[in-house]
Design a protein around this ligand. Structure first.
Ligand SMILES: Cc1ncc(COP(=O)(O)O)c(C=O)c1O
Length: 441
């Protein structure tokens, strides 16, 4: 008899952002009139954003160089010239940065970098996760720990800022916590954290000798008059700090699969340095990360047109986000914080608004039967029920907040859609569907 090959911890890997796409696919198979409107995935390309011409020109030039170097493997930790550029780049935001290029590690997408980080933590070491959480972090951390995530609250009544009291209470209650994860600007809430908030988090990390992991993949996407506060500056020389960046969102090139980890303050303590060395070894096992984006990225970010492109991108995201916040904020039963960074929003249902009898009409019999079968499963979250009916009724695909380990019912949407007519139509229909659903029972 063979030993089991299936892993009983697989239930800890949850990715609601994509799971709902399988539901849409099933509806599409039985309902030929079904039109999918994906407001679920943060892929700018899928929502009409074009890679700027100067970026394409840089890529073409590199691809055509004699020797075909970008088709080969790169250094296992990443192209050395690019890693050196990353250290110089860090100084532009935090002039006192002492980041060493030997502690800059490239990965084939930040998703791969996230897996490597959690994988190399010793058994029993936990990383405190925000909730609502970004599922790759929360899932990979909890899968590695073989236990549910330990979470601190982001506060919807305080513009989705971290609840610092809850953060400290969790640290005190769980002595196995070795690090705090901060995602800023935040996915899924669209919040941007103030300098004071970051200072308080760094103080907590100092008080309890913790490492900070700062996912900053959206750090160039900040608007509505806010400024991005640099935790690298605040935490300089104070606590172990791993910063994560990538070019999926701002170039935007999510299919390029390129992200990197920066280990700041490595000389602070020997244990942290050993951990960084362990992650280096883990990255080595992957042979190398995708070569082309690594090689071209300094040229992209240093290109004279990049800043203008980034400003225009942010201005449009600001306009889209504020429009959506107004429409949904005026929908009865909803609590909405506007988006100040990244390109997500998490509207919440006010308490008591949802129940397990509410429905929306689904014309196609087979689609209706499928949805009814799904939502009647035991323990089906109320916001997931709403998202399934919304999908079958309108084709609009949002991700239920419960898919982000959220304690509140709501859903996450992206503010990316560039097509104004479609965007206005989508949010008018979404608002009407919320009203119809919440009144249905
Ligand atoms: C907060 C955050 N971190 C990491 C990632 C992963 O990015 P990548 O495309 O580099 O894997 C995402 C993707 O949506 C994200 O939102």
């Amino acid at each position: 008899m063979r030993n089991k090959i299936s892993n009983s911890d697989v239930g800890l890997l949850r990715y609601g952002i994509r799971e709902i796409v399988d539901v849409a696919q099933k509806i599409g198979e039985v309902d030929k009139d079904f039109t999918f409107i994906g407001e679920n995935i943060g892929d700018p390309i899928a929502k009409g954003w074009m890679v700027p011409k100067f970026v394409k020109e840089i890529i073409v030039e590199e691809v055509q160089k004699p020797g075909d170097a970008v088709f080969g493997y790169s250094h296992s930790r990443g192209n050395p010239a690019t890693r050196k550029w990353v250290t110089e780049y860090a100084k532009r935001f935090s002039p006192s940065s002492k980041l060493d290029y030997e502690y800059v590690l490239f990965a084939s997408g930040l998703g791969a970098g996230i897996s490597a980080l959690y994988h190399m933590l010793p058994a029993g070491a936990r990383v405190l996760q925000p909730t609502p959480s970004y599922p790759t972090h929360a899932s990979m951390e909890s899968f590695n720990a073989k236990a549910d995530p330990i979470i601190y609250k982001l506060d919807p009544d305080n513009g989705w800022q971290p609840d610092l009291g809850d953060m400290e209470a969790q640290i005190v209650a769980h002595p196995d916590i070795v690090a705090i994860l901060v995602i800023n600007p935040n996915n899924p809430t669209g919040a941007v954290y103030s300098k004071e908030t970051l200072e308080s988090i760094v103080k907590l990390a100092e008080k309890y000798s913790l490492m900070i992991i700062s996912d900053e993949v959206y750090f160039r996407m900040v608007y509505n008059g806010l400024e991005y506060a640099q935790i690298t500056e605040i935490a300089q020389g104070r606590v172990p700090l791993v910063v994560m960046r990538g070019l999926s969102k701002d170039v935007p090139w999510p299919g390029g699969r390129c992200g990197w980890l920066e280990f700041h303050n490595v000389d602070l303590d020997a244990d942290y340095k050993e951990y960084a060395e362990a992650v280096k070894k883990r990255v080595l096992m992957e042979v190398c990360s995708v070569t082309l984006p690594q090689v071209v990225l300094p040229k992209i970010y240093d290109h004279p047109e990049f800043e203008a492109w980034n400003r225009a991108y942010n201005a449009e995201l600001e306009k889209n986000g504020n429009y959506i916040a107004e429409v949904l904020g005026n929908t009865p039963g909803m609590k909405v914080n506007r988006t100040n960074g990244a390109f997500y929003m998490m509207p919440l249902f006010n308490e008591g608004v949802l129940n397990d009898k509410q429905t929306l009409p689904v014309k196609n019999d087979a689609a209706r039967a499928y949805i009814e079968g799904e939502v009647s499963k035991p323990g089906f979250p109320l916001d997931k029920r709403f998202a399934y009916y919304l999908l079958a009724n309108t084709g609009i695909c949002v991700v239920p907040a419960s898919g982000f380990f959220s304690p509140y019912y709501g859903f996450r949407l992206t503010t990316l859609d560039r097509d104004e007519v479609r965007r206005k139509d989508t949010y008018a229909r979404l608002s009407a569907a919320i009203t119809e659903y919440t009144k249905s029972a």
